[in-house]
Design a protein around this ligand. Structure first.
Ligand code: ACO
Length: 334
């Protein structure tokens, strides 16, 4: 008798963004930019930002609670917590440990995964493997980012600051014997390009303390070679979509929904064009939230499900590209 294959199905999802909204026009108060420039270059219209001592773990706990309620389960029933983030509350411990405590848990294992904008798909893969191996039955996967306190909100930082927002998205994955859930996943990284999109300092390789010169040069803020990253994002996303489809033995036509990382609407339009993906299958919410790095895909997943666009049994392809460089693709049967 052959053993039944255990799979990791999506039992519930959640989205949370802090209440404060910054519209493109609001940014004109701090820097030389315009609504027109931001919309045309990125598709972004507004983003949510934290205030008043709120940290990444506070965003994480809100979306986690929603996902747990949707999955009809308690925090105590979770066997493992994974948080994908590039904007942790502290250098250490990770957000996952802080979140675990905020969920009222005692000793549930928790881990952070740092793969920037690809972090959610990497985490999904880790969760899937734990579940398929039988080690855990229910895993909470959270993407959470509080970018706004880490950005340079002056004209010097405008090429990056206008693109990012704060938010979190959570997914509860649980073991099932049904033929649904996270299926093929493909992961890549290329550290050769680490310095094309990074926060240079503080860090152990470049000096733990910021010098006056570092401050003046803005080395503690994200740096991005925008055009270079754009070109690589289009190329790698296109490749990874093909790769994950091939691994699964499916064609574009067999995919009901494409959830791409929300870095720039033009990147996703270009990828869709290159792969001849019909635009109605490509979802986006960057207009309202900006780039929320590891949180973008779970936020989009939750919103698209809640809008009634994704039905149980349908097939979703997720793909992301970000700093590292890292990129990843996954096929999920909802
Ligand atoms: N407002 C007004 N003008 C601006 C702004 C702004 N916010 N930012 C830059 N500009 C100016 C530039 O200074 C430049 O002026 P110049 O021509 O006088 O020198 C001009 O606008 C054009 O700048 P470009 O950088 O060439 O603009 P581009 O069309 O390439 O768009 C963008 C920039 C939106 C950043 C794009 O390159 C992009 O989306 N890159 C990829 C982003 C991405 O995918 N990131 C990965 C995920 S993020 C992560 O992993 C953390």
């Amino acid at each position: 008798m052959t053993a039944t294959k255990i799979r990791a199905r999506i039992a519930g999802t959640g989205l949370y963004v802090p209440p404060k909204v910054l519209k493109n026009q609001d940014l004109e108060q701090f820097m030389d930019t315009s609504d027109e420039w931001i919309r045309q270059r990125s598709g972004i219209e507004e983003r949510h930002v934290i205030e008043g001592g709120i940290a990444t773990s506070d965003l994480a706990v809100e979306s986690a609670r929603i996902a747990l309620a949707e999955a009809n389960c308690t925090p105590e029933s979770i066997d493992l917590i994974i948080v994908a983030t590039l904007s942790p509350d502290h250098q250490f411990p990770g957000v996952s440990a802080v979140l675990q405590h905020k969920l009222g848990l005692e000793t549930t294992p928790s881990m952070d995964l740092r793969c920037q904008c690809s972090g959610f798909i990497y985490s999904l893969n880790v969760a899937k493997l734990f579940i398929e191996a039988g080690q855990y039955k229910r895993v909470l996967v959270v993407g959470a980012e509080a970018h706004s306190p880490l950005l340079d909100w002056t004209t010097r930082g405008r090429d990056v600051a206008v693109l990012f927002g704060d938010g979190s998205g959570s997914v509860v994955l649980e073991a099932t014997e049904d033929n649904v859930g996270v299926s093929s996943v493909v992961l890549h990284s290329q550290g050769q390009f680490a310095d094309r999109l990074w926060v240079e300092k503080p860090g152990t390789s470049k000096g733990v303390w910021l010098t006056e010169e570092d401050r003046q040069a803005g080395r503690m803020f994200p740096f991005m070679e925008g055009r270079y990253v754009f070109k690589h994002a289009v190329e790698r996303l296109t490749q990874v979509v093909k790769e994950v489809l091939e691994k699964e033995g499916l064609s574009i036509d067999a995919i009901d929904h494409f959830l791409f990382h929300q870095a720039n609407i033009r990147i996703n339009e270009k990828v869709a064009e290159l792969l001849s993906i019909p635009s109605y299958k490509v979802h986006s919410n960057i207009q309202k939230y900006g780039n929320c790095s590891a949180a973008s895909i779970p936020m989009l997943l939750d919103e698209t499900i809640r809008a009634g666009k994704i039905a149980r049994g349908q097939t979703i392809l997720m793909a992301a590209f970000g700093a590292g460089f890292t990129w990843a693709g996954a096929i999920v049967r909802y």
